[in-house]
Design a protein around this ligand. Structure first.
Ligand SMILES: [Zn+2]
Length: 391
């Protein structure tokens, strides 16, 4: 039997709930948004500047992307959200007709802003582009996202690194709660869902408090923030277990922000997470690191220069269908732009195919039994490489 959450601008139907025997918390869902339906668990490629670097919208569709994330902070600074609105909104501007989630800008304000002063009302920061001074409040972050016209907006929060002191985490978490309430009051766009962010760092009691507080507000989805940073995998797992425990009976989608290596995605799905985003697959692709079943290829390695085989035999991506490892290795060594496109197509295809395999296993009821094989396919891409956050 399925159950559904019906929000003002979204619906989330759990088509296969987590099994009652506790072998896994992985579940299958269908999230309906203004611009389309996405199957969960799902990964969102990141289009920072209204483009997933090096890819066209057709490339993204071919890779299997059903939803992308775009960054409020970046679009606000350049080219400006009001300009995008005048040009028909974000979907029209970038010619992407499927769902878009915009983040709140909170993470970028804190991590990229040169000068940053946090007070109770908001954050004053200097643009990393030209040094100009700006101010984000919950109301501004919501207004920018409403102007962009994303399918899902996210409440403004104050993220802190997982390793921050308890005092810092406590203050930021409670401010995030007050800003969540203000974000809800400020939000009025009826064709846009609003998600709230759970913070609390690695402090169990603060995570519990934040889970209960944010879940107590009428958001249409629940983000888990403040992870995918400098925590250990064990710390992340423990925190996720704690949060998902509190949300066990909650019908809304759960979105872990900033996680992107296949190995990490698999473990988080197992712990009950539905949505993910990360720049990681695209970023490592641009460095010549191609993800393949069981590990990765470094195309900058000389041994690929004479290899006529594709990067991955059974991969349907543009690069693997038509080109050899030797050709891609040549493009990287010659710093040719096509290298970035082909490598990014491959890593996103691999990641989105991996999520499809996870969904197929959940649907078949064999996910716990297939975990070992999926771990092997994911390779060992956890730890430091998995910690690259959205930027
Ligand atoms: Zn490929």
């Amino acid at each position: 039997m399925s159950r559904a959450f019906v929000g003002a601008a979204s619906q989330f139907e759990l088509t296969v709930p987590a099994p009652a025997d506790g072998t896994t918390r992985a579940r299958l869902g269908r999230l309906t948004l203004t611009h389309g339906v996405i199957e969960t668990p799902q990964f969102m490629p990141v289009g920072t500047n209204a483009t997933v670097k090096a890819l066209s919208p057709d490339d993204l569709r071919d890779a299997g992307a059903s939803i992308i994330l775009s960054n409020t902070y970046h679009l606000y600074l350049r080219p400006g959200h009001e300009r995008i609105a005048r040009l028909g909104g974000l979907h029209r501007f970038m010619d992407w007709d499927r769902p878009i989630l915009t983040d709140s800008g909170g993470f970028q304000v804190v991590s990229l802003g040169d000068l940053r002063v946090v007070d109770e009302d908001g954050v004053t920061f200097r643009s990393h582009l030209d040094g100009s001074t700006h101010r984000f409040t919950p109301e501004v972050a919501i207004a920018v996202q409403e102007t962009l016209g994303s399918d899902v907006a996210v409440a403004f929060d104050q993220p802190v690194f997982p390793s921050s002191s308890r005092e810092v985490v406590a203050e930021a978490t409670r401010r995030t709660h007050r800003w969540a309430e203000r974000s809800l009051v400020a939000h009025g766009r009826r064709d846009q869902a609003l998600f709230g962010i759970i913070q609390g760092g690695l402090e169990a009691d603060l995570r519990t408090e934040s889970s209960d507080f944010i879940a107590g507000l009428p958001f249409e989805g629940l983000c888990i923030g403040g992870l995918a940073g400098d925590e250990t995998p064990a710390q992340r797992d423990a925190t996720l277990d704690l949060v998902v425990d509190r949300l066990a009976a909650d019908p809304r989608p759960r979105y872990l922000m900033g996680l992107g290596s296949p190995a990490d995605l698999l473990e988080a799905v197992h712990r009950g997470v539905d949505l993910f985003d990360s720049v990681l697959p695209a970023r490592v692709a641009r460095n010549g690191q191609l993800w393949v079943p069981g590990g990765r290829l470094n195309l900058r390695n000389q041994r690929h220069l004479d290899d006529p085989a594709p990067v991955q035999d059974d991969c349907p991506c543009l690069g693997c269908r038509r080109f050899s490892r030797a050709y891609l290795a040549h493009l990287f060594r010659a710093n040719e732009l096509l290298a970035y496109r082909l490598a990014t197509c491959h890593n996103l295809t691999f990641t989105l195919d991996f999520m499809a395999r996870i969904r197929a296993a959940i649907l078949a009821g064999t996910f716990p039994a297939e975990m070992a094989a999926l771990r092997v396919r994911a390779g060992r891409l956890s730890g430091g490489e998995g910690a690259v956050k959205s930027a």
